[in-house]
Design a protein around this ligand. Structure first.
Ligand code: GLC
Length: 395
């Protein structure tokens, strides 16, 4: 049977893109709220939001280069500015500012690059008057709010061909009022699924859907539930000129591996500038991720979720009868594996014939059993890759 979640389970790595009018101000995506900028002033940013032609192709190439398999773009963030053509408001990129449908350009570029396409949609909206009114208690305007959101989602689900993923956000920051009931999230998602039968939807409109999300920390969902962790390379999601708090390449590779071994995907954010260019530091880190994945991709993409994916030096993944030892703490030229079970090996510990090689540089290693302890010998004394050297065991 066709399983619509199969691609998501194998993907392991995706690109999150936070991009909108806030990118012009270079202080993150919450700047309107946090700096108390009046709507009439904030709207004027659209005149400075002028992406270069072909911006989306550059993102898509970068995502492919990084070894990513899907992407999620903020079609509308909390500021309410729509990057897509909509009949619900003139506050959109086809009327004010670039006068282009930026969602259309994004979908086309990523689809063409062979990536799955996701759309982020904020249910919180600081620009739409009924949003604020309902938040302050004017419940008689609930229908207006609901119609607005439903129409926008309908447009997104209708106007761009096949959409693979719908990523809600922003139903949380004005108290409890934006509940699944007020939003009619069940109806909203039923409509989305009718228009896009294969779509995967996250849980942030307050209902249980296809996968759950965690933010900035790796919190695996229980077995049987698909999940994704999103995080930034630095601290803020929207472009922030002076956010220098970048993770190192070793930290990013650890995060990716740690999600993958526990059955989850890492959705890693980029924050393009107002002209659409991805900041150099982010390009550099993504290129480095891609370099690592181009050698070690078999140990990440499509791996199974294991019950006990740990060993002394790091983490274990399994795929098509092979075990991959992700070694964050290099043991030196000899490695001892005392905890290999029959379940993990698919063969008897102490008896199975096991071949080993260092995936990182192709070097063969020797193996022997000491009782039920597998010993891998003749490894290089220093790790060929200091982020994560992978040893492949074939059983
Ligand atoms: C939080 C932030 C938002 C960001 C999101 C990403 O909800 O408010 O700005 O888009 O996290 O998951």
């Amino acid at each position: 049977m066709h399983d619509k979640k199969e691609w998501f389970r194998g993907a392991k790595f995706g690109m999150f893109v936070h991009w909108g009018l806030y990118s012009v101000l270079k202080r993150g995506e919450w700047v309107m709220k946090l700096d108390g900028i009046p709507t009439s002033d904030y709207e004027k940013l659209a005149e400075h939001f002028l992406p270069e032609p072909g911006f989306a192709d550059e993102w898509a190439q970068l995502a492919v280069r990084a070894g990513m398999r899907y992407a999620v773009l903020t079609t509308k963030h909390h500021d309410g500015y729509c990057l897509f053509k909509t009949d619900t408001t003139d506050y959109n990129a086809t009327v004010g500012g670039p006068r282009r449908d930026l969602v259309a350009e994004y979908v086309q570029a990523f689809r063409q690059a062979g990536l799955k396409v996701g759309l982020y949609f904020s249910l919180g909206d600081w620009h739409f008057p009924a949003y604020k009114a309902v938040a302050e208690g004017a419940r008689e305007r609930t229908d207006e709010l609901r119609t607005f959101m439903h129409t926008q989602v309908r447009e997104l689900m209708t106007n761009y061909g096949k959409i693979d993923l719908l990523w809600y956000d922003g139903a949380w920051f004005d108290g409890e009022y934006l509940s699944a009931g007020i939003l009619d999230s069940a109806g909203l998602n039923a409509m989305a699924r009718e228009l896009q039968p294969d779509i995967l939807i996250n849980e942030r409109a307050g209902t249980t859907e296809d996968f759950v999300t965690c933010e900035n920390e790796c919190k695996p969902a229980p077995f049987g539930t698909d999940w994704e962790m999103c995080t930034c390379m630095n601290d803020l999601w929207g472009y922030a000129e002076h956010d220098y708090n970048y993770k190192t390449i070793n930290q990013l590779i650890f995060l990716l591996t740690n999600c993958a071994v526990q059955g989850g995907n890492l959705l890693l954010n980029v924050s393009p500038m107002a002209n659409g260019a991805v900041p150099p530091m982010q390009r550099e880190l993504l290129t480095a991720m891609g370099n690592w994945l181009s050698v070690h991709g078999d140990a990440i993409h499509g791996v199974e979720r294991l019950q006990r994916p740990f060993f002394g030096g790091g983490r274990i993944t399994r795929r098509e009868g092979k075990l991959y030892l992700h070694t964050f703490y290099w043991p030196g030229s000899s490695l001892r594996l005392p905890d290999l079970t029959a379940d993990l090996l698919g063969a008897q510990p102490g008896k199975a014939a096991v071949k080993a090689r260092v995936l990182t540089n192709g070097q063969k290693a020797a193996t022997r059993w000491d009782g039920k302890v597998l010993i891998v010998d003749e490894l290089p004394p220093l790790p060929p890759d200091r982020a994560n050297t992978v040893i492949e065991l074939s059983i």
